[in-house]
Ligand binder design. Sequence first.
Ligand code: RB5
Length: 150
Amino acid sequence: MRVALGSDHGGLNIKNAVIEYLKESGIEFVDFGCYTEESVDYPEYAYKVATAITNKDADLGILCCGTGIGISMAANKVKGIRAAVCTNEFMAEMTRRHNNANIIALGGRIIDEPTAVKLADIFLNTEFEGDRHIRRVDMITAIENDTFKV
Ligand code: RB5
């Protein structure tokens, strides 16, 4: 598995904590920045991680900003991306099991570093359940492609 990571300045601390966990776990990753606490614009990092996934350069993504909200909104504008803001363990598990999310979005001003690592670990180690959830995820894709029929 190859993981793509990105953050703005508001998510840098938790992204760095997640990177340490990935190194310790021997999980391959690519970090698209940012790399310093200088103020930057989160859509750039959302786009880099999202397109790494849609280009199949990475399997799953982890995006971090102050709240996780802005960076998830930007990532979700890329076709094929399902980015989910998660603030607790249940959300991190269920968004893989039911939504087949391919990016978890975390907030450095919302959760602490150990929580970010825990949520990333759950997200990366939980499989999509398939079954009835395939139909629902396919409906999301149909909305994205403007082919949704009510
Ligand atoms: C940056 O100050 C902040 O707006 C950003 O990190 C994020 O929280 C946006 O959703």
